[in-house]
Each structure stands twice: as C-alpha cells, then as structure tokens.
Ligand binder design. Sequence first.
Ligand code: DHB
Length: 390
Amino acid sequence: MHKRTLLQTAAALALLGASGLSLAQDNVFKIGLILPMTGQQATTGRQIEAAAKLWMAQNGDTVAGKKVQLIVKDDASVPANTRRLAQELVVNDKVNVLAGMGITPSALAVAPIATQSKTPLVVMAAATSSITEASPLIVRSSFTLPQAAVAMADWAPKNGIKNVVTLVSDYGPGIDAEKFFKDRFLFNGGKITESLRVPLMNPDFAPFLQKVRDLKPDALFVFTPSGAGAALMKQFGERGMDKAGIRLIGTGDITDDDQLNDMGDVALGVVTSHHYSTFHPSAANKKFVEAFEKANKGLRPNFMAVGGYDGMRIIYEALKKTGGKGGGEALVGAMKGMMFESPRGPVLIDAQTRDITQNIYLRKVEKKNGALWNVEFDVIKDVKDPGKTK
Ligand code: DHB
C-alpha cells in the first residue's frame, strides 16, 4: 500500500514535472545560431556571436512575454555539420528560429530544413544572391555580392581603370562577384583580360598573383571571404604589384575591418565597395562600435557583426509584432517590409524577395591616428540586390 502510494506520487510528480516543463518551454523562444567558431571562417563566428550577445545585453531577454534563449553551435564551415546541427536544433531543441550561416554552402544546406519545418532562417553572413530563393522561410540581414560588385564596376572606369583581371574564391559569392562586376564593367566600356578562380579552402594565391603580374592590368578586382583578405593583401605587397602600377580593387570583404590593421601599409589607398565600414560616420554607428568594443576587449566590429546585430533586431521585432503567438510563417511575414536604421545606415527587408535593400558605399583605406580605416567617400543609396530576376 505504502509502496503504491509512493509510486503514484512519483508518477504524479513526473506528470507535474512534465507539464511544468512544457509550460516553461511555451514561454521560451529559442534561437539556434549556427556559426563557424573554428576553422578558416572563425572570425565570422566570433564577430556574429559577439554582436548577437551585445544585442541581447542591450535589449534584454524578455520579448512579448517570452524568455529569449540563444543556442550557439559551431559548424566549422562544414555544410554537412550545419545541416546536422540545424536538424538537431529543430527536432530536439525545438528552436523557433534558425540563424547564422557563415558561408553560402551552409545556408544552402539548411534551406530545405527551414522549408520542411517552417522554421525562419535568418542569414546573417552568407551573401550569394540566390540564397533567399532557396526557401520562402529565409530572410537576409547581411548583403549580396551583386549589390557590392556593381558599384565598383561603375566607379573603376571613371577613375582611370580600363582593363582588369578578376580573382575570386571559386564558389557562390565569388562567382556572383565575378559575373556582376564583369557584366557592368564591360557595359561601361572596360576590358576584362582574364578571370581567375582560387579554391575556397587554403588558397595559395602565389601562382595566381604571378600570372596577374605578367598580365599587368590597370587593376586586380578581388573577392575572397571575410578573414582571407590579409593573406592576399600581404602577398600582393610582397610581390611588389602595387609598385608595378597594378591597383587592387574589390568588394569590402578584402579590406575586412576585423583584419585591416594586420595588413600593413600595402592596404593604404585600396578602394572597395561595401555596405558597412566601422568608420561609418553616424551617431547610431558610433554608439554600436563603442558598445561592441567595450564588451569585446577592444575588438573592432566588422560587416559580419552588423549582419548579426541587425539579424537579432529583425527576430526581436518579428516576435514583438506577432505578440509571441506566431509560428514560423507568421514570423517571416512580420519580417517582410521591416525598415530601420542600422549602424550601416537605413535598411529595408524587401517584402517580395526577403533580401536586404541598403546603401552601398565607396571607401578608401586611410590612416588616422595610427590606425587603418575604410573611409567612405561616396554612396549609392537604397540598392536592391541586382541578382534577383523577379
Ligand atoms: C560569404 C562569406 C564571406 O565571408 C563573405 O565575406 C562574403 C560571402 C559567403 O560564403 O556567402
């Protein structure tokens, strides 16, 4: 008898425990943030994680009555890992939103999981144009390579650059950068002497740069992902290519603010086009940079950090708009058409494409107070992704 009572009590407690737990679960809003925290793209992970944590420290972890929980997972930029982690986060952790995606292959690997489970996927880094077309649940807070590359193809021919060799990492964003730079540059009357592609992983730039030296174009246009630019810049300098009169141009990934001060003076004067510079002179950006540096031992936020920070804002605002009651499709619906002032300037989540419309700036590397900065000198306002066909 005594035994039975105990057993009954235990069962009742278990039930209570379970319902208590599910009640707690109902009040939790989980964000599964998958990033490369190790490997070649680790700087991207470090920047985005720091930015997401800063957003939460500044805006609290209670939104529309829900406790926001951030679950960070390291995929080391291996798409098979990203896919497995996304599956576990959706099935086991029952996350409400997936986010992160350091490189394009990771975002594309997770797109079918987002679609099948109707989980919003906020892409904070990856920047191949077609990513947002891979799932109706994808919303992007970073940028696209066509957005950045077209601005450079308009600037270069007006500034004495008539023939160019392109050099890009051989995958989605590199191919986008090459195509959109080339088409626009040809349209503007320029000449492309050669188009070179280097492997994404562990690239050896030396033989490619030797080839460029021999071809002696007015400029070399480069795209490599965030974190890879310093190695290329160093070799460009070591081979004396700048002294041989070959200018280096590219999208701002090459003069990544995270690494700019390690590149040395070879970076001085390099002109790039991009959506964000740490040096962007707005009050909102100054506030962001100060807070980020304070929270991260002086680390400079780069364009990845801004993608992570704005991605968190988009998730928080969608949660607020849906009163904490919406599922994945309602959350994506609430993200469409969102407009706000980012540290990069004004942005809009295009309601049709779920991609980001934003200013693209032309910037030149300059030394100020002993440090290197991407100093903006021109702006093309409200640029929609030129890669979208519809
Ligand atoms: C991608 C990655 C980067 O680090 C970057 O700067 C641009 C694009 C990508 O894989 O999509």
